[in-house]
Design a protein around this ligand. Sequence first.
Ligand code: PLP
Length: 369
Amino acid sequence: MPASPAHNDFRSDTFTTPTPSMLTAMATATFGDDVYEEDTTTNTFQAEIARLTGMEAALFMLSGTMGNQIGVRIHLAQPPPHSVLCDYRAHVYAEEGSGLAVLSQAMVTPVHPRNGLYMTAEDVKRWVVLGEDVHVAPTRVISLELTIGGVLTPLEEIQCISEFARAHGIKVHCDGARLWNASAATGIPLAEYCQYFDSVSMCVSKGLGAPVGGVLATTSEGIKRARWLRKQLGGGIRQAGVLTAAALVGVREVWPTMAETHAKTKQLEADLKGLGVVPQIPVDTNFFFIDAERSGVDMGVLLEQCEKFGVKLMDERIAMHHQISEEAVNNLKMAIAEAVRITKELPEGYVSKVQKGGYGSTSKMNEYS
Ligand SMILES: Cc1ncc(COP(=O)(O)O)c(C=O)c1O
């Protein structure tokens, strides 16, 4: 079997490509019209997600962004003022083109977690906006990203946040783009995580490797509203089966390989430690964020070396996934070793030929590093 074009691509798990069995499933999918809810493959996929998450219903989305934006908006039926409380690095806030402002007319309370890693109930209680004072926009939704930067949030913390939210009539949305990873890493079933949420949006085109999409799971009432909003955004898909067939293969065949990907990431962490290269935040799942300063690595030099060694990186984040080859991992380690060596001898004011790309959460996950 030829290697995936993503075999040497460490930029993100979004670069994963459909597997041969996904392509076969796409070719043999049913071709019903999903706007009329007539597609068997899509209905099977959605039922499977509802079962796995323990939610009443699920709806295929064209992207994780669409799942997040609609997932939050279904909870905001009232006109503003209202606000969403989330981590300052959260994708739903920082990387979705101001969707919360435009689509939900929501204020955002971006929280800097005290532990520098993930939001806790203590953070939520500190920053939540309660009451009806006319000066404020009350918190109506708390959004938790799992994993965030690959870091796990303990289940007990999620439970505490959820209990607090429910006691105050606040909905809890989960950006579970990588909830698959959290579950694979901890062994905690998706449904056990999801019992604490009112909605969860999960991606199928990241670690699961499907070419397109995500899925929103919530109450039947919520899905009814989500279907309407999805249509409004142009996300009513006709022969959706070609996409959901691949997503189903991702769930059934790629998800079970995720623990192995995490083990490889841990091994990479151990090997990089030997070179003096340390991460910004814990390596709990499939990401290693290089702490360039503490590791003595000039990022421009590293990206030059990556080009030389034939591996793709765009910034501090090394993203592992099921299609990364052993050869690519070795090449990446050689590129990093070279970058460490060259950085030590860099002349004052050196400007690298390759400029670091990336943004926010793909580059800097710890504001103190
Ligand atoms: C945590 C998180 N949530 C949501 C998304 C959005 O997914 P999509 O790119 O499918 O819109 C991403 C994408 O990288 C993500 O990392």
